[in-house]
Structure formats: C-alpha cells, structure tokens
Design a protein around this ligand. Structure first.
Ligand SMILES: Cc1cc2nc3c(=O)[nH]c(=O)nc-3n(C[C@H](O)[C@H](O)[C@H](O)COP(=O)(O)O)c2cc1C
Length: 167
C-alpha cells in the first residue's frame, strides 16, 4: 500500500475481532506517531497505551461516543506535554498530526482504528485525566481505538473541486 492509497482507503473502523495486538505492532504505531511533524520539532507528546479490558470498558462508558472501546484490543491516548510546549494550540495540532499518522499506520498494518475526540471538550479532558491519573502537565487530545477489523467500509469519493480556491 502506498501513502496515497492509505490516505484514500482509510475509514474509521468501530467493530473489532476478539484478538489482541502484539507489542511489536503497538510499537510500530507509536513510532509512526512520533515521526509526525511538530511545531519547532518540539515532539511535545506522550502516548498512554491501554490494553486492560476493565479500563477499556470504563473508558467506553466515560467517552460519550466511545462505545466501540468495549470491543477494542487497545486504545492509545495521545497527550500534549505542557512542560515542553506552552502554546495549547500547538499542543493540539502536533497531537492531531501524530494521531493521523497512527491511523494511517494502523490501516497499512491491517488494523482498524477510529479517532475519538477529547480536546477541546474540557469536561471530557478532565474526566479522562482523572480516570487515568495523568500528571497535570499532560493534556489529553485524542483517543485512538484499535483492533483487528470486523467490518468493511466503502470508500466514498470526497474530492470537491469547489473547496479549492486558485489564485
Ligand atoms: C477530531 C475528531 C473527533 C472524532 N471523534 C469521534 C468520536 O468521538 N467517536 C467516533 O466514533 N468517531 C469520531 N471521529 C471519527 C469521525 O466520525 C470520522 O473520521 C468521520 O466520520 C469520517 O469518517 P472516516 O474516518 O471513516 O473517513 C472523530 C474524528 C475527528 C477528526
């Protein structure tokens, strides 16, 4: 799969097989995340990997649109590190780039994934920080639900010429 194919064929996958992910696979995903661009190359992020079934179930209750975490083999919480990057906007943007890298890597590796929004919903950020007992300098930005796919989704066209302004 080349990069363009991965971008055009990726879909959010919310149903998963009952199969765990190897540590090697998870490390490959994290590596993809850590190769994302970041403002001033700050790499001001931390990744929390959650495979514990009970915690996945609790997170599925905590996140209003996170029911699929009940089936997920793993979730990665992408956090910005305020002790390295002070500007909240950059923290969020950097983490979004890392999140997208992980989604694309997951697709390439035959996994299904979906991005669950955390930032900028303050209540969600607080609840997740509290549940995972995150240190105060970490700002949760996104949860990525992961597993071997148990659904197939079509790839609808999204190219819209009218969204382009040529000068
Ligand atoms: C910032 C952000 C937050 C999202 N939050 C959720 C979410 O809470 N639950 C969910 O099921 N999908 C969530 N998604 C996934 C979108 O619903 C999905 O990307 C969109 O419908 C397009 O579908 P696709 O990913 O299959 O291309 C989120 C995506 C982004 C970028």
């Amino acid at each position: 799969m080349n990069t363009i194919q991965a971008i055009l064929n990726r879909r959010s996958i919310r149903k998963y097989a009952d199969k765990s992910l190897s540590k090697d696979l998870i490390l490959q995903l994290l590596k993809a995340g850590m190769y994302a661009p970041s403002a001033r190359n700050s790499r001001a992020w931390q990744f929390v990997v959650i495979q514990n079934r009970e915690m996945l179930n609790q997170l599925s209750q905590l996140h209003p649109y996170g029911k699929m975490l009940q089936e997920a083999a793993c979730t990665i919480l992408v956090c910005g590190d305020r002790s390295i990057e002070k500007t909240e906007g950059y923290l969020a943007i950097n983490c979004a780039a890392a999140t997208q890298n992980i989604l694309l890597a997951a697709h390439e590796l035959g996994l299904g994934s979906v991005w669950l929004g955390v930032y900028p919903r303050q209540e969600r950020m607080n609840e997740i920080s509290e549940f995972l007992q995150l240190p105060g300098h970490l700002m949760p930005v996104s949860l990525i639900s992961l597993g071997y796919p148990a659904e197939q989704r079509a790839f609808p066209g999204r190219f819209e010429l009218e969204k382009i302004i040529w000068k």
